[in-house]
Design a protein around this ligand. Structure first.
Ligand code: ADE
Ligand code: ZN
Length: 329
């Protein structure tokens, strides 16, 4: 495999807790005298059987993160990993439900700690982070409204978007429309997990009922050619996470992943890691796997990164800087 460390990379889909190195979670669990050993394999990796189990392991790991200081440590660890993989800009999903139970006052404290870590990471490692506040679908529409309120209250230079993660099999996208409306009215950009587990129908709902400009995953849209056309016509960008989809058995291997086919059809695709240590991946590994599977070249990755910058939720000044950096690479 080629070494892809030096390519500058733009990542649009990374869950902050999902980036937690297992060693950090084990260390914090030890400091708090909490036993979560059952979520780890003997070699110290996260252990899960399927998507539902993945979500419960994810939440068990996250349960040891109980203070702003924990989230400061987490953010530093995640951004260090990203920067080591050549990521220069990352949009990270932040969930108020895991930061003081989506209480706005507590959320402000957690967010201040995350932002402090992001500021230091930018200074030390040259990586820019922006936050997308994310509700958790299987926690239900009422909790989603609390997360949306946290998002609206803290929208600004750092919090740029609102999204939804969690089990796509629970309810419909439209059940969450008022949370998305609240976030939109606060000036936030919108994305939702759709077409990961929910099939093409979930993508249709996301477009019609939530009017999002990006889709988390979105890859199942490939089963509905008319909807693929609609995604293209609307200029919707997919946040594609190939290794995540393979690790969770949505596709059997990278060669059968539809990212290249969707790109050839004219869909705007980008590449991200989702929850890198859970899926034994990094941004470098994604680039290497795509190079091997689809023969993508540096020019292809440059185009993907351009697509990502254009779809990013940051301000125009940041986009101009990132585009310039990409061109001088
Ligand atoms: N939360 C973290 N990773 C996720 C995924 N791949 N799908 C839905 N929710 C998630
Ligand atoms: Zn995700």
């Amino acid at each position: 495999m080629m070494n892809k460390t030096n390519n500058p990379k733009i990542e649009l889909h990374l869950h902050l807790e999902g980036g937690a190195p297992p060693s950090l979670i084990q260390q914090i669990a030890k400091e708090k005298n909490v036993d979560i050993s059952s979520i780890f394999s003997e070699d110290g990796n996260y252990l899960f059987r399927d998507f539902t189990h993945f979500l419960s392991v994810y939440e068990a790991a996250t349960s040891v993160l109980t203070s702003p200081k924990d989230f400061y440590r987490l953010t530093k660890a995640v951004l260090e990993q990203s920067a080591q993989n050549g990521v220069t800009y990352t949009e990270t999903f932040l969930s108020p439900d895991f930061c003081g139970s989506a209480n706005v006052i507590a959320w402000r404290d957690y967010l201040a700690a995350i932002e402090e870590a992001a500021t230091e990471a930018k200074k030390d490692w040259g990586i820019t982070m922006q936050g997308i506040v994310t509700c958790i679908r299987h926690f239900g529409p009422n909790k989603a409204k609390r997360a949306a309120l946290c998002a609206a209250e803290t929208a600004g230079d750092f919090i740029r978007g609102f999204g939804m993660a969690g089990a796509e099999t629970v309810g419909t996208q439209g059940d969450y429309a008022c949370s998305f409306d609240l976030a939109r009215e606060a000036g936030l950009k919108l994305t939702t997990h759709a077409g990961e587990w929910g099939g093409a129908e979930s993508v249709r709902q996301a477009i019609q009922d939530l009017n999002v400009e990006r889709l988390g995953h979105g890859v199942q849209v490939i089963d509905d050619p008319a909807l693929v056309e609609e995604v293209i016509d609307r200029g919707i960008t997919l946040e594609v996470c190939p290794s995540s989809n393979v690790a969770l058995s949505i596709f059997p291997h990278i060669k059968s992943h539809p990212i290249a086919a969707l790109r050839e059809m004219g869909v705007k695709v980008t590449v991200s890691t989702d929850d890198p240590p859970f899926f034994h991946t990094t941004m470098c590994r994604e680039y290497e796997l795509l190079t091997d599977a689809f023969n993508w070249s540096d020019a292809d990755f440059k185009e993907l990164n351009k697509t990502a910058i254009n779809a990013a939720f940051c301000d125009d000044e940041t986009k101009v800087r990132l585009l310039k950096e990409l061109d001088t690479e």
